[in-house]
Design a protein around this ligand. Structure first.
Ligand code: DOR
Ligand code: ZN
Length: 354
């Protein structure tokens, strides 16, 4: 049995408030524990979006009643909430800015709307950017101009990882995360994921080319964090008229990475760095005392959505053979997950900012 720290996922879409038929604070934290994750940071593109005190409290209230692992909640950057967002900073996981097209209403196209957030959001608190390609270059330029750290979400392209590398070499305060689906899937896998339903392959950022995927692996040292971007939508929605983009990922991330480790593609130390040490530092997260996970590195099995805890009921990795299973999760001295069963109670999760 391999003992690792409880993992931190800085990018999770919980769907509560507003879309609990996809997922809620209970099911998402069960999925987290099953994946060896003991703290999640929740994105603000809910319904309503989290962008002021009232909506923030709505999410936190649901989390405090239902969460089975620890959690933080992002506040979203809107067109006119820079003061309010900055005032929420001590309570929030960070500020999330949507600069590119995605699911939900929080997109900021005009760069003048970015400026007050860069001016007002505390420099000690993380600003997380959904910014792809040239928009990402603009976000990095803003970081340099305003001397404000930024964390680039879900990097997927060769051009992006190379620019982040160059920005870091210049001393710009940029960090980044990469999702398992951009490390293990390319656009060539879309037919296999889709089973005749092209909506299942939809995700933002889109699955990229093999060359992009290869360059994420080549530049593993530039990647600060792994993050799932767990974005549950039901199969009915994915197969319907306007398929929403997004993949679930909490339960498959660690098994996929352990499988890659068993193949010599990365080390266990790199997994711990990118799923514990770096996210803890970048997002100023408190220690979770007496918290660890146990994984059976040699257990081989097939990924099956039917065995998962997420409410969305599917995975793009259906049928993949993996090596490495989460056996046990201990959170603050209590066994929270063991032998495939969630034991932590609803409401036992703690807010990382309290
Ligand atoms: O694929 C995605 N789904 N990308 C995003 O940026 C948002 C997410 C969602 O909330 O469904
Ligand atoms: Zn996301």
């Amino acid at each position: 049995m391999l003992k690792l720290p409880g993992l931190i996922d800085p990018h999770v879409h919980v769907r509560e408030p507003g879309a609990t038929h996809k997922e809620d604070w209970d099911t998402v934290t069960q999925a987290a524990l099953a994946g060896g994750v003991t703290a999640i940071l929740a994105m603000p593109n809910t319904k309503p979006p989290i962008f002021d005190d009232a909506t923030f409290d709505l999410a936190i209230k649901a989390a405090s009643q239902k969460a089975r692992c620890d959690y933080g909640q992002y506040v979203g950057a809107g067109p006119d909430n820079a003061d309010i967002a900055a005032s929420l900073a001590p309570k929030a996981a960070g500020l999330k800015m949507y600069l590119d097209s995605t699911f939900g209403e929080l997109r900021l196209d005009d760069m003048q709307l970015w400026m007050p957030h860069f001016q007002k959001f505390p420099k000690s608190a993380p600003m997380v950017m959904h910014s792809e390609s040239r928009t990402m270059a603009a976000a990095i330029l803003f970081s340099a101009i305003y001397d404000h750290p930024v964390h680039i979400a879900h990097v997927s392209l060769k051009e992006e990882i190379l620019l982040i590398k160059a920005a870091k070499e210049k001393g710009i305060k940029v960090t980044c995360e990469v999702c398992p689906h951009h490390l293990f899937l390319s656009k060539e896998d879309i037919p296999a994921i889709s089973h005749g339903h092209p909506g299942r392959g939809e995700v933002r950022p889109r699955l990229a080319t093999k060359e992009d995927v290869d360059n994420l692996w080549i530049n593993l040292d530039v990647i600060d964090c792994f993050a799932t971007d767990h974005a549950p939508h039901t199969l009915e929605e994915k197969d319907g008229e306007n398929p929403p983009p997004g993949f679930p990922g909490l339960e498959t991330m660690l098994p996929l990475l352990l499988t890659a480790a068993s193949e010599g593609r990365l080390t266990i130390d790199q997994i711990v760095q990118k799923l514990y040490e770096n996210p803890r530092r970048i997002f100023n997260l408190p220690e979770q005392p007496n918290t660890y996970i146990e994984v059976d590195e040699n257990a081989t099995y097939e990924i099956k959505a039917s065995e998962g805890f997420t409410r969305c009921g599917w995975t793009p990795f259906e049928g993949w053979k993996v090596k490495g299973r989460v056996q046990k999760v201990v959170l603050r001295g209590k066994t929270a997950f063991e032998d495939g069963k969630v034991l932590a109670e609803a409401g036992s999760g703690k807010n990382v900012r309290k």
